[in-house]
Each structure stands twice: as C-alpha cells, then as structure tokens.
Design a binder for this molecule. Structure first.
Ligand SMILES: [Zn+2]
Ligand SMILES: [Zn+2]
Length: 177
C-alpha cells in the first residue's frame, strides 16, 4: 500500500520532468503544429493543443488497464499520470488560462509565482525563444526575466534587423545627430 502510494507520487514528479522536456523539445519543436494553437487566441471551447492531453490520457488508461490485468504496478503509474493530469488541468488550464467559469488570481505565494512564470512562457508569441516550460514547477520570476532578456539579446544579435523587444519595434527610428 505504502509502496503504491510512493509510485503514484514519484510518477507525478516524473511527469512534470517529462512534460518540461516534451514542452520544450516536442511541442516547441516538431510538435508545434498542435501546440501553436495554444500560443494563439482561442476561438472556441477547444484548441488543437488539447490533443496532447488526450494522448497522455490514453497512455494512462492503457497503463491502468494493463495493471488491473496483472501487470503490476502499471496501474499505479497510470494513477500517477491521471493525478498529474488533474493537477495540470487545475494549475494550467484553470488558474493560468481561466478555462473554467470562475476567476481566481493568486495574490501571493507559490501559486502567484506559478501563474506569473507561465504568463512569461506566453510572453513570446512564436515557437522559439520562450522560457519556463514547466506546468507545476515555476522558477523565480526574476530568473525568467533574465533568461527572456538574454534570449532576446541573442535573437537581436543573430538577426541585426530584428527588434530586440516589442517595445523597440514600436519606437520611431533614431537618426544620428
Ligand atoms: Zn508553449
Ligand atoms: Zn499555457
């Protein structure tokens, strides 16, 4: 019993690590075709990016099914994935993106940092140059700001004609005195 509970907890932690890597290298990589919808204004109830949640849910169901057929402890790994999916839904879809009927904005503590960190992920519109790929783990906001500025500097130096930040893009061109 204790071991099963431990498997569930470890799976939740592992799922956050898997999600960070998948978000960074799959969703912002070759899987951008599905994830792009999440970085654009939503037009209806659903977005193409929700397909990722369905894929993870299907894997969790398959694991629980195999576990109850005797392949222990796969059912507990599936339960951990389901628990992670629930936490992801509450934190990401609910708290940050407000896909539920009521609004709650955390004013302090870790949840405030979680919301701010994910807003900073959405500060970049395109596929490249984003920060903060976690959904339950949020680095300090000051760290993310530094990372974002460094990425913008890099982008500006590799493409001299590109604006370093949206603010620069709006600024009138400066002429030498
Ligand atoms: Zn993203
Ligand atoms: Zn998001």
């Amino acid at each position: 019993m204790l071991l099963n509970a431990l498997i569930v907890v470890v799976t939740v932690v592992m799922m956050e690590l898997v999600s960070i890597l998948a978000h960074r290298y799959v969703m912002h990589g070759f899987g951008w075709g599905w994830h792009r919808s999440h970085h654009e204004p939503r037009t209806g109830w659903f977005e193409k990016n929700d397909l990722y949640a369905l894929v993870f849910a299907a894997i969790a169901i398959a694991l629980i099914h195999a576990g109850t057929r005797g392949h222990h402890p796969l059912e507990w790994i599936g339960a951990g994935m389901t628990a992670y999916g629930f936490l992801y839904f509450v934190a990401h879809d609910g708290l940050v993106h407000r896909r539920w009927p009521f609004r709650h904005t955390p004013r302090s503590g870790y949840l405030k940092r979680l919301v701010q960190a994910h807003r900073m992920h959405h500060a970049v519109a395109g596929r490249d140059g984003a920060v903060s790929f976690g959904f339950l783990y949020a680095p300090p906001v000051a760290t993310l700001k530094r990372q974002l500025q460094a990425l913008r500097r890099d982008a500006a130096t590799s493409r001299p004609d590109a604006p370093a930040s949206p603010a620069d893009a709006n600024r009138a061109p400066r002429f030498p005195p």
